[in-house]
Ligand binder design. Structure first.
Ligand SMILES: C[S@@+](CC[C@H](N)C(=O)[O-])C[C@H]1O[C@@H](n2cnc3c(N)ncnc32)[C@H](O)[C@@H]1O
Length: 265
């Protein structure tokens, strides 16, 4: 898989990877891992289905609402001092966090000077993310998340509903670029003021988490922010010295700051 298609899973945390490979063997009725491997090597397009199976593109709008409230209250006021704002959302799955960020920025009056780079290594997930269509049954929970995150309007102002689907307002997509970027093999591509990468590092072993944090460190401007998932942190990594806490419990860090003393601009 690595030699033929360039995907390298050797530094993923073994337990969850094993579960997902077993699931793939079952769902594609290949019977064995070596048969799965044979199809990856020789069957046109099969690798895309395997990447879909190995990636876990589960997300929600304003997931962990207090994190989005803290971004609104503590991070956006600092970003407001930049004439142009670059945000990298790594591991964007089906795009719910991208649209959540776009709404935050719109409500703070910052969206027109922001570019969001939304990346993932799963092309099918990126396609769904760019369409912004979700199940209506999720909208009620997401509306609650939005209000807990300090939303200023009604979440329903941002979508149109049609039977069992909602479609997010495509104006929210206007400053988003979706593209394939693999955190294992690809490099820095922009100078970011904020990087949001939540619930991705949990799938990596420590060495790969460390490499990824190095990539984020090299991408951030001095004073730029990093937001990880609530079960992830920078503490074990040599890159930890680069990041000061903005909110340790919510895993929001700032490059170049000392713990507890955020940098102003
Ligand atoms: C659980 S989702 C997280 C979605 C969202 N960030 C959130 O917290 O709700 C993990 C995402 O990471 C992506 N991912 C896993 N390994 C990756 C890699 N090496 N490079 C880029 N994305 C990766 C998966 O495709 C999946 O969409």
């Amino acid at each position: 898989m690595q030699l033929r298609h360039g995907y390298d899973f050797s530094e993923y945390a073994p337990a969850s990877l094993k579960r997902r490979v077993q699931q793939l063997v079952r769902s594609h009725a290949t019977g064995t891992i070596s048969e799965l491997n044979r199809r990856v090597l020789h069957e046109e397009g099969f690798v895309t289905r395997v990447i879909e199976g190995l990636s876990v593109p589960v997300s929600e709008m304003f997931r962990d609402p207090l994190v989005f409230r803290a971004l609104r209250d503590k991070v956006l006021p600092v970003l407001a001092s930049y004439p142009e704002i670059n945000i990298w959302q790594a591991g964007c799955a089906h795009g719910q966090e991208v649209y959540s960020l776009a709404i935050l920025l719109e409500e703070a009056g910052l969206y027109d000077r922001t570019r969001i780079y939304a990346t993932d290594f799963n092309d099918a997930a990126l396609q769904m993310a760019s369409e912004g269509i979700y199940a209506t049954r999720d909208a009620r929970d997401w509306s609650r998340n939005y209000l807990e995150a300090g939303g200023l309007h009604s979440f329903s102002d941002y979508y149109s509903a049609r039977y069992e689907f909602i479609k997010l307002d495509q104006r929210l997509r206007r400053n988003v670029t979706f593209f394939n970027h693999n955190l294992v093999t690809d490099e820095v591509f922009c100078e970011a003021h904020l990087i949001l990468c939540r619930n991705v590092l949990i799938y990596f072993n420590n060495a790969l988490q460390d490499r990824t944090l190095g990539l984020f460190r090299d991408s951030l401007v001095r004073g730029g922010f990093l937001c990880l998932g609530t079960r992830e942190n920078v503490d074990f990594s040599p890159s930890a010295a680069t990041f000061g806490d903005v909110d340790n419990a919510l895993r929001i860090y700032q490059a170049g700051a000392t713990a507890g003393r955020p940098l102003a601009r």
